[in-house]
Design a protein around this ligand. Structure first.
Ligand code: SF4
Length: 387
């Protein structure tokens, strides 16, 4: 395209800016930086996140000159769907190819008028939790903000869900897929900001959940940047067991993690917030009645609800799923102690949605863990999940 615009001319060989992952403030700064009014950001965000439009020429409330200019210097590029599987129960799972060819997974779990999207934050994970197949794959890299919010964009797009106005294909998001969100905190916070922004997906902060295995220094600072719901992956009633199955516990023991999580919710304006405690039940490791009693004492008076996750086995995991009786006994001890306790039910069995086999089929190095976490709203006792 012949042009006299020096910015367009010089950008022909430069990398285009991907607008998909920019927050409202970042997009306003982008437009200011190219000499345009800040309100252009609002117009473009609606096209991208409400309408699913990627072609600047279709953004009809922008002048032709600006459309041409954006075409030259910017792009709206989500990651690519490598493959998709649909379960008979409505669960849909994608293997998503990101820059460099690596694969991550996202899973959408519809239930009634809600649909929870489980989103990945990294390719692989460095934390090496012993019951997690992602941990066994090692760490490749952080996902960009565009690659994280791009999973939401792709989920809506795959259902052709843009006509609903705000993409109500997705009503809840859990940052519980591949990776430790607090080790990629900048990009995770930016993408969660888009999830909650009315100009993007407009989700309530209560319906966006960040789950951490316990990166305490980052959690200590999180309230300065974010106010989404919080889940912590506890998985043990004491440091001795947790040190063995969640190695980061050796650096940040349970007491410091619980204190940091409580400080996070105490900093929120919504005083009814609680921390979701995730507890994967591993046969013979942490699923005995004495463990339930110890957990009950540990969490006595702590503002939380507990999500029990019977382990979903994967090859060479070294762990076993507990019996139904063991799960029931554990649940009962906690219920009798007065906790709100849910037991994760299985979804997407027929598409191997539980443990990442879909990505494993395509590229072994990014096989997913058995830890997809899908939770519902704070006030709901019932929860579903894939484990
Ligand atoms: S459970 Fe989460 S934090 Fe632990 S290794 Fe797996 S992906 Fe990483």
């Amino acid at each position: 395209m012949a042009t006299d615009d020096p910015l367009i001319a010089t950008s022909a060989t430069a990398q285009r800016t991907n607008l998909l992952g920019l927050t409202r403030q970042q997009l306003e700064a982008f437009f200011e930086g190219i000499g345009e009014k800040r309100f252009r950001a609002q117009q473009v965000m609606k096209w991208i996140h409400h309408q699913g439009i990627r072609d600047f020429q279709q953004m009809t409330n922008l002048g032709k000159a600006l459309r041409d200019r954006l075409e030259a210097i910017a792009e709206i590029t989500p990651p690519q769907i490598e493959s998709q599987q649909d379960s008979s129960d409505g669960t849909r799972k994608w293997a998503i190819k990101v820059d460099g060819g690596s694969l991550v997974e996202a899973v959408l779990i519809p239930e009634g008028d809600r649909a929870t999207l489980c989103v990945s934050s990294q390719v692989g994970c460095s934390l090496d939790c012993k019951f997690c197949s992602t941990g066994k794959q090692g760490f490749q890299r952080d996902l960009t903000s565009a690659e994280i919010i791009g999973q939401v964009w792709l989920a809506i797009d795959s259902y052709d869900g843009w006509q609903s106005g705000k993409g109500r294909v997705v009503t809840n998001v859990v940052m519980m897929g591949m990776g430790e969100p607090l080790l990629n905190v900048d990009n995770v916070v930016s993408s969660m900001s888009l999830m909650c922004d009315d100009l993007a997906y407009g989700l309530s902060k209560r319906k966006v959940t960040l789950s951490t295995s316990g990166v305490v220094p980052a959690l200590d600072k999180l309230a300065d940047y974010s106010d989404v719901s919080l889940a912590i992956s506890l998985h043990a009633p004491n440091d001795t067991i947790r040190n063995q199955i969640v190695p980061i516990n050796k650096r940040y023991p349970i007491a410091s993690l619980l204190a940091s999580a409580k400080a996070y919710i105490d900093a929120q304006s919504d005083k009814k917030r609680v921390v979701t405690i995730e507890y994967t039940l591993l046969a013979g490791v942490n699923d005995q009645v004495e463990h339930a009693r110890e957990l009950s004492e540990l969490l006595d008076g702590y503002p939380c609800k507990i999500n029990l996750i019977p382990f979903n086995d994967f090859p060479n995991s070294g762990f076993k799923r507990p019996s139904g009786n063991a799960v029931s006994r554990f649940w009962q001890v906690l219920m009798e102690a007065g906790f709100i306790v849910t037991v994760r039910t299985t979804r997407g069995d027929d598409i191997d949605a539980a443990c990442g086999q879909l990505v494993g089929d395509v590229a072994d190095r990014t096989k997913r863990s058995a830890r997809y976490r899908a939770q519902y709203e704070d006030d709901d006792v019932e929860e579903i999940s894939l484990a």
